[in-house]
Design a protein around this ligand. Structure first.
Ligand SMILES: Nc1nc2c(ncn2[C@@H]2O[C@H](COP(=O)(O)OP(=O)(O)OP(=O)(O)O)[C@@H](O)[C@H]2O)c(=O)[nH]1
Ligand SMILES: [Mg+2]
Length: 449
């Protein structure tokens, strides 16, 4: 066997013969040329891996340093105070292309925002009819109506004489309006497909997750819901996720699933939305008729039933929204209402004094059952925008109908202000919905307290 002098390897660089580690790592003196080559190769590979790890650590350190300079902004406030709407406005200003990418996905929310109030109106009419039925049971006017089209039909005669009936208080006296009642019965049955679409839309938007205590049954969505209804999904130009850099959107995105699955679910999603779009289109005249019906006008004028501003907005715009090929306008997106679940992170690059600063905007769910999710974000927050809807002085929480919404906002604001974790955080109080306040005051709704 030919022996050749060994060139120094990475392990044999130590000249210190007393170094115990060098002694352990030193190759055996009987090493053959082949063994030496293979050892050198192994050592070179190990060095490459080690260098790569060093590089990753250094990149992480840089990212960490940069992240420390990032601005972390929390949007806090009760449900429906306008946090997500403010986030959309940030998105419009600082990342408009991402809003463009999401635009079509908002159709599902807009359709839901139509089907939901239609169902609520019909349910309220039903409840009134049922109340009257109980009150009037035993009366001769109650009997004799064949039960042909659901609850409204079974109580059709009771619409005559209910509070829906323009001031008439007796079943007999109100029989002068049989046409109106028949109209409502017909509307109820013609609107049945739209009412059925409400629950499928809720299921579709929430991904099947239902949340206890969700007030009037509004649907809660997690960040990334758009992925379920986007025609195409991809990275935006700046390489970030389509959803303004939402952190958890990526967890739900089709990129996690196989290509074939994602194409199939995309096709199913498109077919579902097209079907719902057709139902909305086919129902538009009936929705208009219901919306303008004297019984519904009376219902809206009363104290017990309240439709939110967004519901009124979409019902007022039903013809435009129901048209074939509808694409939500920016105004529609700003009006669209869907409850936030948990915390959604949105990332924007904002130019401040000529320097680009990365902002992390945290949009939280404001309903009482969601507020515990805020706390982990208090630790390293730089600023808070606290939204209080100043118009809500005559409204109560969905999740607790005994609590006035201004009282709740005040309590929540007091808690935030006194939280020791937020001692150094900049706090902005944002009195929102001034336009709603103005229109309420103009309508003569009194601020009693
Ligand atoms: N008229 C009017 N409507 C507003 C204003 N700000 C928000 N809204 C509407 O109020 C509704 C609720 O707003 P969101 O932004 O979804 O409320 P949120 O605080 O995110 O609610 P949660 O996600 O449940 O915590 C939406 O339909 C918005 O269009 C405002 O200043 N004026
Ligand atoms: Mg929200």
């Amino acid at each position: 066997m030919i022996r050749v002098p060994r060139p120094p390897s990475v392990h044999s660089l130590s000249t210190d013969s007393t170094d115990p580690l060098a002694a352990v790592l030193r190759p055996p003196s009987s090493e053959t040329e082949e063994e030496r080559k293979s050892r050198l190769q192994r050592e070179a590979e190990a060095k490459q891996i080690s260098d790569r790890i060093d590089e990753e650590i250094s990149q992480d350190e840089k990212k960490f340093k940069k992240r420390k300079q990032d601005v972390k902004l929390l949007l806090l406030g009760q449900a429906e105070s306008g946090k997500s709407t403010l986030q959309k406005q940030f998105q419009l200003m600082y990342n408009p292309s991402s809003l463009e990418e999401e635009r079509l996905s908002w159709r599902s929310v807009v359709y839901y925002n139509i089907a939901r109030p239609v169902k609520r109106i019909l349910d309220a009419l039903d409840a009134i009819a049922e109340g009257e039925e109980e009150e009037g049971s035993g009366s001769e006017a109650v009997s004799g109506t064949p039960d042909t089209s659901g609850r409204l039909a079974s109580s059709s005669s009771h619409f005559e004489g209910t509070s829906l009936d323009q001031g008439s208080s007796s079943l007999h006296a109100s029989s002068s309006k049989p046409d109106q009642d028949a109209q409502l019965i017909n509307l109820r049955s013609r609107l049945a497909p739209l009412v059925a679409a409400e629950s499928s839309l809720a299921n579709y938007l929430s991904g099947g997750v239902s949340v206890a205590g969700s007030g009037k049954g509004n649907v809660f969505v997690r960040t990334g819901w758009q992925a379920r209804s986007l025609v195409s999904f991809g990275k935006s130009k700046n390489g970030r996720s389509s959803f303004t850099g939402q952190r958890s959107s990526l967890e739900n995105s089709p990129s996690r699933t196989s290509n074939r699955e994602s194409v199939r679910s995309q096709e199913e999603s498109n077919a579902f939305l097209e079907n719902v779009g057709n139902i909305v289109d086919a129902s538009k005249e009936d929705v208009k008729e219901l919306w303008e019906h004297p019984a519904v006008k009376k219902l809206r004028g009363g104290r017990k039933f309240r439709l939110e501003e967004w519901a009124e907005f979409f019902l007022d715009n039903i013809t435009r929204v129901a048209a074939a090929g509808y694409v939500p306008t920016t105004d529609d997106i700003l009006h669209a209402r869907i409850q936030t679940m948990g915390v959604a992170e949105h990332i924007f690059d904002v130019a401040v004094h000529g320097r680009s600063v990365t902002w992390h905007l945290y949009d939280v769910g404001g309903a009482r059952g969601q507020r515990h999710t805020w706390i982990p974000y208090f630790d390293d927050a730089n600023a808070i925008i606290f939204l209080a809807p100043i118009s809500a002085y005559d409204q109560y929480l969905d999740e607790d109908p005994r609590t006035n919404r201004i009282d709740d906002s005040l309590q929540l604001f007091t808690h935030i202000c006194s939280n020791p974790l937020l001692k150094k955080v900049h706090l902005v109080l944002f009195l929102n919905k001034i336009d709603v306040l103005q229109s309420k005051l103009a309508r003569g709704v009194k601020v009693k307290k």
